[in-house]
Structure formats: structure tokens, C-alpha cells
Design a protein around this ligand. Structure first.
Ligand code: ATP
Ligand code: MG
Length: 461
């Protein structure tokens, strides 16, 4: 078979990208929609082999899903770094001791997975890290001169949720970015809070989402200032009440300077936007005119808290001030559901049975979809030439080298969701190819032009 001789070229040698031949990609597509999957993100993720359930609420991430999650993680990381947060990595398993010190060991209840090591020492799989980061901080920071500090990590968490459901949206083991701020006083701490507020808006925007900060209850984390970042979705578990004008705020006018960030915070504070637990009918009616009232459902993708000395006090985390007095540091914590975001983006972008990943997180930048029925060798060689050229230009491409009928290929790619396609079918010639933007227009263009378009888009992302 003439294809056999090409096998050694089926993995990209360009290590910057993970371009692939579809026949070689580990992507266990399902024909049927699994009946236990109730919402579209869960269905799509199973159908396109992004994840596989390992046990209730616990999933393996297969190559396609993993690649997308890693891209989301990287954007989250970059926006944290931009505001001066420093990345570290804390373990998943924690000692029960610090949780006893903070008083949360008993409060946290059944959601915490408690385990013992062989010496009988009480351990737990971390559901969050306020205690552990406070312990790290108190052991190493002694002086006011080291403040402020913003630290974060991106790590697996475990919460033994009562009813895991909706796939990666509410599961037991999930991937979270959690950051912690340390400041000398309330005023400084609010600056850190606002910085994080700004970073979150930028993060979600880069992920192609409009996430609205909603005033929220602080729940078991504690404190008095908190926002949930919520994206609108029918399948969301959070009920939200807002002034819909809050959706029109343009964050691109604001930069990372303190004044600019505070200005942005003020704009958001002008509009009523709260989650269920904070909702008061009288306030809503009074502050929002009828035509601007929006009552709907959303998915919480991030949650930020300011809780002052709630943990630093019991855990005795203090620094020396200039005059020798000691003060408990003022802390906040800031979470982003990195793995939940994979599902949330699907809920937001999968419409009329067509998925289109935002370019920033798409598993591949473009798909080459040639008609290869009856072993169409000339189409195959053309497609391969395109593939090689794109790789040379660091464009991450998926080449559908299977011999399925074109219509079957299109159906498949409707689900995989790569935003651009080069189609080699009846309309392409020797030097011009169909270039299709999913949910957009299709043009017949020379390869050079397609390449340049892609490179331009890349530089914008
Ligand atoms: P929820 O109200 O949805 O239970 P939470 O308030 O318990 O969330 P946080 O402790 O603030 O969540 O966690 C930070 C982020 O982690 C959340 O905004 C969410 O995106 C994500 N997250 C929380 N619990 C889960 C879960 N069980 N499965 C997947 N992601 C989760
Ligand atoms: Mg919450």
C-alpha cells in the first residue's frame, strides 16, 4: 500500500506543536450519545474521547481533552504572572494537623477525603489550600518588608461531592488554580483583591468567555468580601440576578495600574449583580429598572474571597512591623476551576450541534480534511504537502488521513470543534483549496494566502 511508506512521517518532528494524523491520534470517538450524560458538555466530552470516567466523579483526561485543559491552564497561568503572582506547587495530600489548628477539620464535613498513612497519621486529600499556604508563609516570612505577596498553584483537588454530576463540571477530583494574597492591612489587601479581580476578567476574556463578577456569599471559606465569576448558561447551577448593562463593560480600556484597576472595580460595583444567596428582592427592584433586570442561570468558573485574618489568626501567622509590634497578615484566596472551564466553554460555544473552540484553546489550529475515498493518492499527497508546510510555520494541524466519506468527516469535525478547515474536495484545484471558518464563510484560496491568514490570527492571540 502506498500509504505504508509514509508511516515514519506521521508524528511531527516540530516539538513546538503536536500536529497529528487523525489515524494516529488516540481519540476514541463514540457513535452513540451516552445516556447518563445530561448536559451537552458532558455528552460532547465523552463522544469526542476527551475524558473517560474512571469512577463516580473521577475522570481520566485523554489526549484531546488534556491538550485543551493544558491550554486553559497556560492562559490562567500567564494572567496570574502578569499581576505579579508567583507560582509554586503544594502537594495534594495534606496533614490533618493544620486543619485542626484552623478549626476546619471538623467543619469541612464529609466532602473531605480523610486518609491515614501506615503510621496511623491523619492525612487528607486537599480540597483547598488556605491552611497549607498559611503554614508555608508563617514559617518563612517574618517581616513587613516581605509583603505584599501573591502566591498560586495549579493542582488537583478532591472534594467528595454528594452528587457528582455533569461530567467535569461537578466532580470529585478536579484541577484548580488557587491563589493566596498576603498583606499588611485591609487597604493593601483590597488592592490585591482588585488585582486578582482584573486578572480574572482578562483570563476569561482570553478564553472567549464573558464572565461576570457577582457578589457572593463566602460560605465555608469565610470573610466578608467575595465575588463569583459566572458565565451564562441554561445548565448552570448558580441562579443569578443582575442589571444586564454589566455585560457591556469594556475591560480592554483598563490596564494593570492600580488606578485603572480600581476604576474598573467601581464600574462593576455600579451595577447590581448577585448570586442566589445574596439576592434580596427589594434591592433588586429598587436598584434595577424593569427593562434591565436579568434573572438567569450561570456556571461559576471562578471565586475570589477576602477574609482578613480568618486563617492567619488561629494559625498564628504574623509579621513584625517597623515599630516591633506583630500583626496577623490579611489574606484572600482566589480560585479558578481549570477543569470545569473545559466543560463551561463547551456549554457556551456548542450550538446547533456544532462546536467551535476559541482559537486560544483549540486542540489544533486547523484541520486538513481531504476526500480520500477510493484511495485518492493525489489528494493525499496534496494534503500531506499542506500539512508539512503548516508544520514548518509552527501551525498546529490535524490531518484527517482516514478514508471515510467527506460528509462523515464533516460530522466528526463538527464535534471536535477545530475553528478552521482546509477542505480538499470537489471545489479545490491543484493550487487552490477551500478554507472554511466554522460558523463563518468558506473561500477558495491559494495555500500561501491560507498560511498567512493563519499566521496573522496566531499573532493576534
Ligand atoms: P461550587 O459553589 O460550584 O461548589 P465552590 O464555591 O465550592 O464551588 P471554590 O471553593 O470557590 O468552589 O472553588 C474554586 C473554583 O473551583 C470554583 O469556582 C469552580 O470553578 C471550581 N470547582 C469547585 N468545586 C468543583 C467541583 N466539584 N468540580 C469541578 N470544579 C469545581
Ligand atoms: Mg462558590
Amino acid at each position: 500500500d502506498w500509504k505504508e511508506t509514509l508511516y515514519e512521517r506521521k508524528f511531527s518532528k516540530n516539538l513546538k506543536i503536536r500536529a497529528m494524523y487523525l489515524s494516529k491520534l488516540f481519540i476514541p470517538l463514540l457513535r452513540e450519545t451516552p445516556s447518563d450524560a445530561k448536559i451537552k458538555s458532558h455528552q460532547l466530552m465523552l463522544k469526542t474521547g476527551m475524558i473517560k470516567q474512571s469512577s463516580s466523579g473521577i475522570y481520566s483526561w485523554l489526549p484531546l481533552g488534556f491538550k485543551i485543559m493544558k491550554k486553559i491552564e497556560q492562559i490562567v497561568r500567564e494572567e496570574q504572572n502578569k499581576i505579579g503572582a508567583q507560582e509554586l506547587l503544594m502537594p495534594t495530600i495534606q496533614s490533618a494537623e493544620i486543619w485542626k489548628e484552623s478549626g476546619r477539620y471538623d467543619d469541612y464535613g464529609e466532602e473531605m477525603l480523610r486518609i491515614k498513612d501506615r503510621q496511623g497519621k491523619e492525612m487528607l486529600y486537599g480540597p483547598t489550600n488556605e491552611e497549607l499556604i498559611t503554614e508555608i508563609f508563617r514559617a518563612s516570612v517574618k517581616s513587613y518588608k516581605s509583603l505584599p505577596q501573591l502566591l498560586y498553584h495549579i493542582q488537583w483537588k478532591f472534594r467528595d461531592e454528594l452528587r457528582p454530576r455533569f461530567g467535569v463540571m461537578r466532580c470529585k477530583e478536579f484541577f484548580m488554580k488557587d491563589a493566596y494574597s498576603f498583606d499588611l492591612n485591609d487597604e493593601e489587601a483590597k488592592k490585591s483583591y482588585n488585582k486578582m479581580f482584573f486578572a480574572y476578567l482578562n483570563t476569561f476574556k482570553r478564553l472567549g468567555l464573558t464572565a461576570i463578577p457577582m457578589e457572593a456569599d463566602t460560605g465555608p471559606i469565610g470573610g466578608d468580601l467575595s465575588h463569583e465569576f459566572v458565565i451564562l448558561a441554561e445548565t448552570g447551577e448558580s441562579k443569578i440576578y443582575s442589571d444586564k448593562r454589566i455585560f457591556d463593560i469594556d475591560i480592554s480600556k483598563h490596564n494593570g495600574e492600580d488606578d485603572s484597576i480600581n476604576g474598573l472595580r467601581k464600574k462593576y460595583d455600579e451595577f447590581y449583580a448577585v448570586t442566589d444567596d445574596k439576592f434580596k428582592k427589594e434591592d433588586f427592584e429598587k436598584k434595577v429598572t424593569k427593562e434591565n433586570q436579568l434573572v438567569t442561570k450561570g456556571i461559576e468558573v471562578g471565586h475570589i474571597f477576602y477574609f482578613g485574618d480568618k486563617y492567619s489568626k488561629p494559625l498564628n501567622c504574623s509579621v513584625d512591623l517597623q515599630d516591633g509590634k506583630k500583626v496577623n497578615v490579611k489574606m484572600g484566596s482566589y480560585g479558578v476551576g481549570v477543569s470545569r472551564l473545559v466543560g463551561a466553554i463547551i456549554e457556551a460555544k456548542f450550538n446547533n450541534s456544532i462546536m467551535k473552540w476559541p482559537e486560544s484553546v483549540s486542540p489544533f489550529e486547523i484541520a486538513i480534511i481531504p476526500s480520500l475515498q477510493k484511495n485518492d493518492k493525489s489528494n493525499y499527497l496534496k494534503a500531506e504537502k499542506i500539512y508539512n508546510l503548516l508544520i514548518k510555520n509552527n501551525i498546529d494541524v490535524l490531518f484527517d488521513d482516514t478514508d471515510e466519506h467527506l460528509s462523515a468527516k464533516f460530522k466528526k469535525f463538527d464535534l471536535i470543534g477545530i475553528p478552521y478547515q482546509i477542505i480538499l474536495g470537489s471545489k479545490s484545484t491543484d493550487d487552490k483549496f477551500e478554507f472554511k471558518e466554522v460558523n463563518g464563510k468558506t473561500e477558495t484560496l491559494p495555500l500561501e494566502e491560507i498560511k498567512n491568514k493563519l499566521l496573522n490570527k496566531k499573532s493576534l492571540n
